[in-house]
Design a protein around this ligand. Structure first.
Ligand code: XIL
Length: 461
């Protein structure tokens, strides 16, 4: 039955037949796939030898996220020493079964290795960009969606960023991370992921919304927003969740439910799961749901029994309502498969409302100055260049860099490069030429070879 429906769906003309045959699927993944969505679980290598666990995992899901194995402390335990052993096990578990793999996470204030926790300032900025570049490059082509930045906003009513060592490197750390991720893996969807952003009226939700809107306006490469959706009495599901999902989607990004768990039990819990699924199904760009664990006893909040299976593997009431809701989705009218187009690089539409606050002191005099910070690895580098206006505003700028012999520029963002070797000139693009007195704008480029020893010269217009 499942096979028949799937192959019928693959042929556009047969959709009506499949539909009227009412092909209710019997697993979460297959049910979600009817409308082109995935249904995933966070998994951990420590449980891949547990038969009850893997039986459910392999039967029900078609996407995975590493619960901890691809976090910064796992993948770069010592600076510039990368360990992908456990991440690979999870990625390969999914890819070998034809599933989607979500990458979690490249830049986060939490679960940093000790060496990074101790870092601040430009050393940390470079280390963070190096991490993003190296990890995203390693997994290039394998990750459906990356949580590039996780949990960067403050809880409560401030509407601001969370204080962290990363935030203290400058407000532009988030966009810098996204640009490095795009350069490293151009095919992956790049997501911003957070919690307490589910309720449309909450200040934190609104603050993230404004950031995504700003990124889209300025052409910062962002493709999706992840809603962790850890629901409990302190952060309860609200019926405006659908408004949240559709409002973000209207900005031109995909939305994904990335870490779903709902504390509770019985019919109440089942009903909330149903509502969450229906909200996702109502938003065309909500392209997948991931629950944060397989069984209640696998959950990071196991006391709240927030998942879909009991420890013995039995399906809970919440499982049934989730499956039923997924089966109620309107099948995709076209060929099943990836629902949304691959990442595009949106052109900036309007200039940013403000320039980021200066993070380096303005140079004396008029004109401009530039500084470069380099993330070098064996065979390549990412250079981040900050352009700072002097005592007067400037309307255009150009930075000339001496690319060392043997090195070559392969990819530039937020500037227009002339040439790729030798003396390369990087001119502003339409939306970042104007820099107010003492303010800073940033561009970057990726290169092959060694970028060390470059010194920028800035000319203002
Ligand atoms: C949690 C894991 O589930 C735990 O095993 C770990 O001890 C702490 O992190 N938001 C996130 C996830 O983005 O990475 C967190 O995962 C849960 C909250």
């Amino acid at each position: 039955m499942a096979m028949a429906a799937a192959s019928a769906l693959a042929v556009g003309a047969a959709v009506v037949v499949a539909n009227s045959a009412s092909a209710a699927e019997s697993t979460l993944g297959a049910a979600a796939a009817q409308s082109g969505r995935y249904f995933g679980a966070a998994i951990t290598v420590g449980k891949l030898n547990d038969n009850t666990y893997t039986t459910i995992l392999n039967r029900e899901f078609n996407s995975v996220t590493a619960e901890n194995e691809m976090k910064i402390n796992a993948t770069e335990p010592n600076q510039n020493q990368f360990n992908f052993t456990n991440g690979d096990r999870i990625v390969n578990w999914g890819l070998s079964r034809g599933w989607k793999v979500r990458g979690h996470t490249l830049a986060w204030h939490s679960q940093q290795p000790a060496w990074m926790e101790r870092m601040e300032g430009s050393a940390l900025r470079s280390a963070m960009l190096n991490h993003v570049t190296r990890v995203a490059s390693y997994y290039r082509g394998k990750i459906h969606s990356w949580d590039v930045v996780n949990e960067a906003f403050a809880d409560g009513n401030s509407g601001g960023r969370r204080d962290s060592n990363l935030q203290r490197t400058g407000n532009d750390w988030i966009e810098a991370a996204f640009r490095a991720a795009r350069a490293a893996d151009p095919e992956a969807k790049l997501c911003y992921n957070d919690y307490n952003t589910d309720n449309w009226t909450w200040a934190k939700t609104q603050a993230v919304y404004r950031m995504v809107q700003d990124f889209k306006q300025r052409g910062v490469p962002i493709d999706c927003v992840g809603f962790q959706s850890h629901f409990n009495s302190g952060s309860p599901y609200n019926s405006n969740y659908r408004t949240t999902l559709s409002s973000f989607a209207a900005l031109g990004v995909d939305v994904q439910i990335t870490e779903l768990d709902i504390e509770g039990s019985g019919a109440t819990q089942a009903n909330t799961y149903r509502n969450v699924v229906n909200d996702c199904l109502a938003v065309a760009r909500c392209n997948g749901i991931t629950v944060w664990g397989v069984r209640d006893c696998d959950s990071w909040r196991s006391g709240g029994t927030p998942l879909l299976f009991e420890c013995n593997g039995n399906k809970k009431q919440a499982y049934n309502s989730t499956l039923e809701a997924l089966n109620s989705a309107t099948p995709q009218p076209t060929t099943p498969g990836p629902t949304t187009p691959g990442p595009t690089t949106p052109g900036p539409t309007t200039p940013p409302p403000t320039t980021p606050p200066p993070t380096t002191p303005p140079p004396g005099g008029s004109g401009c100055s530039a500084t470069v910070s380099l993330n070098q690895w064996n065979g390549g580098f990412v250079a981040s260049v900050r352009v700072t206006a002097g005592s007067s505003a400037i309307n255009s700028w150009a930075v000339t860099m001496n690319i060392p012999s043997g090195a070559s520029v392969t990819n530039t963002w937020n500037a227009q490069a002339s040439g790729s070797t030798g003396s390369v000139r990087f001119a502003n693009v339409s939306y970042n030429g104007r820099v107010n007195a003492g303010q800073t704008t940033e561009f970057g480029f990726q290169g092959t070879g060694s970028g060390s020893g470059m010194s920028p010269t800035c000319t203002a217009g």
